[in-house]
Design a protein. Structure first.
Length: 113
């Protein structure tokens, strides 16, 4: 396992990678008010999120869901999803398989491919 933490700045906020091992990755995602991540899916990566703070707007498999602290969601490979923080900052805990490179963006507010 990689020691220490890594902060990755994103146009929507930041990720703090707190665990990176051969079979899993642990992150804390902070999404700033009014921002959202790409509408995306993963070919092989499986992730589970847990809402720590704020009201998350989640698009998952064509459904729109609003959820708050204490709710969790499993996002299997190939499931189209998008996280957003329309009303205030959102903090998520994410645990996933280790394929951090596996992002297929379908649309992005920041022009990323």
């Amino acid at each position: 396992m990689k020691n220490g933490t890594t902060i990755v700045k994103k146009p929507w906020g930041h990720e703090l990678i707190y665990a990176q091992a051969p079979k899993y990755v642990g992150k804390i995602l902070v999404i700033n008010k009014g921002r959202r991540l790409s509408r995306q899916y993963h070919k092989v990566k499986h992730e589970t999120i847990y809402i720590l703070k704020g009201k998350l707007s989640l698009e998952l498999k064509g459904r729109m869901i609003t959820a708050g602290p204490g709710k969790s969601f499993s996002i299997p490979p190939k499931a189209v999803h998008r996280f957003a923080a329309p009303k205030g900052r959102v903090t998520l805990l994410e645990v996933s398989t280790p394929e951090l490179w596996d992002v297929v963006r379908l649309s992005d507010d920041y022009g990323r491919k």
